[in-house]
Design a protein around this ligand. Structure first.
Ligand SMILES: C[S@@+](CC[C@H](N)C(=O)[O-])C[C@H]1O[C@@H](n2cnc3c(N)ncnc32)[C@H](O)[C@@H]1O
Length: 400
């Protein structure tokens, strides 16, 4: 970020107060957060007093050795800050595997998972692919967090010792990949820009320092972010996120894909709903020890920061990069189409699974009041013919 020449705009919206109701971190955790805050503060100083929120979020989540995803916090699961669908129920990965199996038949290739978290989804997908005799040649994992790589290795070694040779961690996207790329809740973890639509024009929201992190806005400069903001009709005062990084990832995945499909699962909406007039504060959320709140400046490095996904932007990036939209629907519809009910029946008869726990997990995945409606699945592909089972009914691609 260069030196800022233009005047800052102090937003009318108040900074959210510190949250006294959040659990107290340990002294070690506080020291860790203080080190990261100091690193971010230094960067703000060097940049002339302002960094874009996108850079703040990148440092808070991914600063080497210090960011939330890179350093020691437990993140996923009961001891962590949030749970994801694979952590809720093995039926999620198991059902997803059925769609993957159909795609592997058509692309005869490999599976690449981005951001595999604890490794639970990989283990569940591999388990079901084994059951239906469709194991991929290789199961690749591209994970940016060294700490999570270790956790994934531990999970997969414990759950599938016999598949060890077929699972590989890679550090860059492969070339001429053929097969299926899957990513659950990865797009929402990518840094976003914040834009403010004000009476007197467009501003980029950023972060400065005055006895702590503070919001500062500066006029939005010409460029990709301004073009994206100008394409959205919002009335003042309106603040929301624009993600340039998630569409860029889709373009990179398209470059890497010779034949096959991307299956991207996350919470979000199409653009019209995303930038709805009533959503005038955007979708930025923070998760700390299973409490959701809206203060991204609370103890950087100890909490997750996330924004909903604009699936229209994802679809546009795919189409621009030469991919076809193979389907877009809600998580509930996708899982039902892919056979979650049959899998539930099948596994309920299994003496090792608790029928009650399986049914409760399925309910969370499918209920419109929980994950069923808010979470969406989009499939983008190249060289894949015919309809996909996951979108056989309730395909909402036309709403993107
Ligand atoms: C919210 S967690 C989801 C984890 C897992 N997919 C699940 O559903 O439980 C986000 C994951 O994406 C990873 N991640 C973030 N940015 C990434 C990137 N650019 N490439 C690959 N993984 C990334 C994080 O380290 C983490 O594993």
């Amino acid at each position: 970020m260069g030196i800022v020449a233009q005047p800052f705009h102090v937003p009318a919206l108040p900074t959210v107060p510190r949250r006294a109701d959040l659990p107290e971190p340990s002294n070690d955790a506080r020291r860790h957060s203080a080190r990261l805050s100091e690193a971010i503060r230094k960067e703000i100083d060097i940049a002339g007093g302002w960094i874009g929120f996108v850079r703040f979020m990148e440092l808070a989540l991914y600063a080497p050795g210090l960011g939330y995803y890179v350093a020691g916090a437990a993140k996923l699961g009961g001891d962590g800050d949030f749970v994801t669908a694979p952590e809720i129920s093995p039926l999620f990965g198991g059902t997803l595997a059925r769609q993957i199996a159909q795609l592997l038949e058509r692309s005869a290739g490999e599976v690449l998972e981005l951001g595999a978290g604890s490794g639970t989804m990989a283990a569940d997908v591999l388990g079901e692919l084994h059951n239906v005799d469709r194991l991929p040649q290789r199961y690749l994992i591209l994970e940016t967090s060294p700490q999570l790589v270790q956790r994934q290795q531990h999970t997969l070694q414990r759950r599938h010792p016999a598949l060890k040779d077929g699972i590989e961690w890679i550090s860059a996207l492969p070339v001429n990949f053929e097969g299926v790329v899957i990513a659950n809740e990865v797009l929402d973890a990518l840094p976003v820009h914040l834009v403010a639509w004000r009476q007197d024009g467009l501003y980029e929201r950023g972060v400065g320092w005055k006895d702590g992190f503070v919001w500062l806005e500066r006029p939005l400069r010409p460029g990709a972010l301004r073009r994206a903001a100008e394409a959205i009709s919002a009335e003042a005062d309106y603040v929301s996120e624009i993600s340039l990084i998630a569409p860029a990832l889709v373009r990179s995945l398209s470059d890497a894909l010779r034949k096959g499909a991307l299956l991207l699962i996350d919470y979000g909406f199409g653009r019209r709903e995303y930038y709805h007039p009533q959503r005038s504060l955007g979708t930025l959320m923070c998760h700390y020890r299973h409490r959701a709140h809206d203060d991204p400046f609370f103890l950087p490095g100890l909490q997750d920061l996330t924004a909903h996904v604009d699936f229209t932007a994802i679809a546009e990036a795919g189409i621009d990069a030469g991919l076809n939209i193979l389907g877009y629907t809600t998580q509930a519809q996708f899982l039902i189409n892919s056979g979650i009910t049959q899998l539930l029946e099948q596994r309920s008869g299994d003496a090792t699974a608790s029928r009650f726990a399986l049914a409760a997990g399925a309910q969370k995945l499918l209920s419109p009041a929980e994950m069923g409606e808010l979470f969406k699945v989009i499939a983008l592909g190249r060289g894949i013919d015919g309809p996909l089972i996951g979108f056989a009914s309730g395909d909402k691609s036309r709403l993107l």
